[in-house]
Design a protein around this ligand. Structure first.
Ligand SMILES: Cc1cc2nc3c(=O)[nH]c(=O)nc-3n(C[C@H](O)[C@H](O)[C@H](O)COP(=O)(O)OP(=O)(O)OC[C@H]3O[C@@H](n4cnc5c(N)ncnc54)[C@H](O)[C@@H]3O)c2cc1C
Length: 475
């Protein structure tokens, strides 16, 4: 029997395992598949906690629907009826500007304006800032195909104010990143395509939006309209449990930390050393651990590959989740939350009003919010003690939102070196990594470090990597 071992039980590793399960059910021949997870739980960054009726996602809490792969996986593992979108009563997002929460204008498509009137009337931008953004319609496109930072791209197309008040805070909220270092090609390739095809970012995004509306009308009746963000009724942890349950032919082992890795002596396969002292052998291996851990495991077997992997940076972030009684709560929570530009000099990057954004998150008569700390621009704040982070967040929420009430709980989750960063030229590094792998048959890499950070990208990447490994075993 051919053996495939998946190291790392995060969502990329789990998606790979599920693909192997599908192949087994389709009769691909006898294959033994094991997932080795180093910690005491599966899911990696995905981790849901249930606390007195509150559903608390410690890390990611949703995924975007424009990339369908996470939704498809949920449907395959029987969670179709648990998929939920955002609430529709007040879908507003705010930007903290000059000590006030200012509404983000309607008609934004991934931070690019696609409607004229909301931008004319918004107080988020000054008149010169709006004129500068409008110049995107006439300034020429980039002459060459080279990568650049997101900051350089937005500054060039929409101006400094759009960067500081919109792109930077949104990026800090999503990726925990510094826009001066982030690769535009790796994080927002659709912007690069829009500029290339339409010369103007705004025209490109308007065309994209029209296409989406046309597609939605064409499919009307075939599928329910989806909100931009989707999640699961009982938290994203449901996805982890369902994938494992629906993969009965795969062995899932937790508390199985891989410490040594190399080629089998005299053979073609791979040897995997566990912290228990046990050694396993496999014909194909998928390493879906964070890049710096994969680098350590490969340092003797593939030093050049390890060096490339070790150069992919990660930053620390923290999330603080607070629950309150609704009665007497001083803020209306009339929206999804807010982002904070770096220029405002605050200690939190963003805050989601979770119980206003998603249903089923707080029990009746209660509300829940969560604040984001750290990332590339404020990393030391996320490295503080949990109690200090909790006190700091409460002070920030007092000053920004006027919340003086005592929370029922304030849970701080620290994510040490958890957020991968795609710096300028990330794609070139990944291409070099792929070239190194050509000489290591049967060895595959998956996960957020390579071709997409969000959960849908990790699902796609895990699935495709499993397909490549199955194809190799077949050959
Ligand atoms: C705070 C935070 C919020 C986020 N929010 C969102 C969001 O809302 N939406 C979204 O789409 N994305 C979000 N992301 C990104 C997304 O969650 C991650 O990119 C994705 O979950 C990573 O999955 P992965 O399988 O690549 O890696 P991981 O989840 O890191 O899994 C790797 C696994 O490998 C295991 N491992 C490590 N070393 C070993 C070893 N030696 N032996 C065996 N196992 C080992 C780890 O324990 C872990 O389980 C967020 C990320 C963070 C950190």
């Amino acid at each position: 029997m051919k053996k495939i071992v998946i190291i790392g039980g995060g969502i990329a590793g789990l998606a790979a395992a599920y693909r192997v399960q599908e192949a087994i059910l389709a009769g691909c021949g006898p294959i033994g598949c094991k997932v080795l997870e180093g910690s005491d739980k599966f899911g990696g960054k995905i981790d849901t906690e249930h606390h007195e009726g509150f559903v608390i996602d410690r890390g990611p809490d949703s995924f975007i629907s424009q990339k369908p792969w996470a939704i498809e996986l949920c449907q395959k593992v029987g969670l179709e009826n648990h998929l939920i979108g955002t609430k529709t009563d007040c879908p507003k997002t705010y930007v903290y500007l000059n000590k006030k929460l200012v509404t983000m204008p309607d008609g934004l498509s991934l931070m690019v304006p696609t409607q004229f009137l909301p931008f004319v009337f918004t107080s988020l931008f000054s008149i010169p800032g709006k004129i500068r953004m409008g110049l995107d319609l006439i300034i020429p496109g980039k002459a060459d195909d080279s990568d650049e930072s997101l900051a350089s791209f937005v500054r060039r197309r929409l101006g400094e104010e759009a960067l500081n008040r919109m792109a930077q805070p949104m990026l800090a909220g999503i990726y925990g990143s510094d826009p001066e270092r982030m690769s535009i090609k790796s994080t927002f390739p659709m912007f690069v395509h829009a500029e290339k095809k339409y010369r103007s970012l705004i025209l490109g995004m308007v065309a994209g939006k029209r296409r989406q509306i046309a597609d939605a009308l064409k499919n009307k009746g075939n599928s329910a309209p989806k909100s931009l963000f989707m999640t699961l009724k009982n938290g994203l942890g449901e996805m982890v449990a369902a994938v494992i349950e629906k993969s009965p032919d795969v062995t899932f082992s937790k508390n199985c930390r891989v410490e040594r890795f190399g080629r089998c002596e005299g053979g073609t396969g791979w040897s995997i050393g566990l912290d228990s002292g046990e050694t396993l052998e496999a014909d194909a291996v998928i390493l879906s651990t964070p890049a710096f851990i994969t680098a350590d495991l490969l340092v003797y077997t593939a030093p050049r590959l390890a060096e490339l992997l070790g150069k992919i940076p990660y930053v620390s972030t923290a999330v603080a989740t607070l629950g309150f009684r609704k009665e007497g709560f001083s803020h209306p929570l009339n929206g999804f939350g807010f982002v904070v530009p770096k220029t405002e000099g605050r200690k939190i990057n963003a805050c989601t009003w979770v119980s206003s954004k998603f249903p089923f998150r707080a029990p009746a008569g209660h509300v829940m919010i969560r604040a984001f700390i750290g990332g590339a621009l404020n990393e030391p704040l996320a490295e503080q003690a949990e109690s200090d982070i909790g006190a700091m967040v409460r002070q920030e929420l007092r000053e920004i939102m006027g919340i003086y009430e005592e929370p029922l709980f304030c849970k701080v989750f620290k994510n040490h070196k958890a957020n991968v960063q795609y710096h300028v030229h990330h794609q070139e590094r990944v291409a070099e990594i792929d070239r190194e792998l050509v000489d290591l048959p049967g060895l595959y890499l998956a996960g957020s470090a390579f071709k997409g950070i969000g959960i849908p990208d990790c699902v796609l990447n895990g699935t495709q990597t499993a397909e490549a490994a199955l194809d190799y075993l077949d050959r």
